[in-house]
Design a protein around this ligand. Structure first.
Ligand code: BDR
Ligand code: CA
Length: 313
């Protein structure tokens, strides 16, 4: 049976690829809705991008909601320097004809969790955790009803990408991440330690382009745009690919390795705010609250991604 998921996202080229991968997999995922959050760019732009990606997938049955327009306690930090002014630079995607749903994204999350059987809806989060934390605060009864949260966020062995200590999604709203990590919900963390292994080398991107469909062409253009920043920064053969690892993990968990450990987020230090302190070696005795992935099989990941994208128009 297809797994029921809500995708919470700030698209973002890598978010877009993750969304396409999920929407190309209707036998695996019943996508109940997509909720935009402020992150890579503003909420309004991220929501528009989500609509564009849904149209690109040909899945006009998917509803898109807008959630919170800023982090819980801080000013919004954005990443146009990586993703371009639109947040989705690269392909020339048409302005969406699809409309946003009128309901607030946080209320959609609450209503969906309350109306489905407890333990049957998973949250796949690809951006800052603001919407999820706000939903937990607004309606605490949802928390024990969440089947699992699979999140892209954090980094420990690789350090950070927006500061030396912090990964972008957690850094943008560390207070929200703190609420979620302390919630008691089963959590899987897909951190930079994994996503930095999943490199979009020229050969892998060419295979996606060679699919010859609209989605493959758009993904090729998106990732060719967003990778220029990382290639210059890391000097690697291919740029890391972050958010699609969340979807790949849910499709094929055997491609990834990790441990169930304690992870806490730093919310006060000026120097290390947003750092995910991962007790990978179990030295603290703190309660285990997350499965922290540490490695992934890049070749199998790209084979899976390419195959899923081949199913789209
Ligand atoms: C995360 O930050 C965003 O820029 C990407 O979309 C990804 O979710 C990586 O740190
Ligand atoms: Ca993202």
């Amino acid at each position: 049976m297809a797994r029921k998921i809500i995708i919470d996202t700030d698209p973002g080229q890598d978010d877009a690829v993750a969304i396409l991968m999920a929407l190309a997999s209707p036998d695996d995922f019943d996508v109940l809705g997509i909720v935009a959050v402020a992150g890579n760019v503003t909420l309004a732009q991220n929501a528009r991008n989500a609509l564009k990606v849904v149209e690109l997938s040909g899945r006009k049955d998917i509803a898109v909601y807008a959630g919170c327009e800023r982090p819980m306690r801080r000013h919004l930090v954005t990443a146009e320097h990586v993703h371009g002014d639109t947040g989705l630079d690269g392909p020339d995607l048409p302005l969406p004809k699809l409309q946003l749903e009128a309901q607030h994204g946080v209320d959609f999350i609450i209503e969906t969790l309350m109306s489905h059987e407890a333990g049957t809806v998973t949250l796949a989060t690809l951006g800052p955790l603001t919407n999820v934390a706000m939903a937990m605060i607004k309606e605490p009864r949802i928390t024990p009803r969440i089947q699992e949260i699979v999140m892209m966020g954090g980094g420990y062995f690789e350090g950070g990408n927006i500061t030396p200590a912090a990964e972008f999604n957690i850094y943008v709203d560390p207070d929200a991440a703190d609420v979620v990590l302390r919630s008691g919900v089963p959590i899987v963390i897909v951190p930079l330690d994994v996503t930095h292994m999943i490199q979009s080398t020229p050969e892998r991107l060419q295979r996606i382009r060679a699919l010859g469909n609209r989605a493959g062409d758009a993904v090729y253009k998106m990732l060719s745009f967003s990778e220029r920043f990382d290639l210059a920064k890391y000097g690697s053969e291919g740029a890391p690919l972050h958010d699609p690892c969340v979807i790949a993990y849910m499709l094929k968990p055997e491609l990834f390795k990790g441990r169930h450990i304690n992870v806490v987020v730093e919310t006060s230090s000026e120097l290390t705010v947003g750092m995910t302190v991962a007790d990978y070696w179990g030295v603290t005795g703190r309660v285990r609250n997350a499965t922290y992935l540490r490695s992934g099989d890049a070749a199998s990941f790209y084979a899976l991604l390419t195959e899923r994208l081949s199913r789209l128009p």
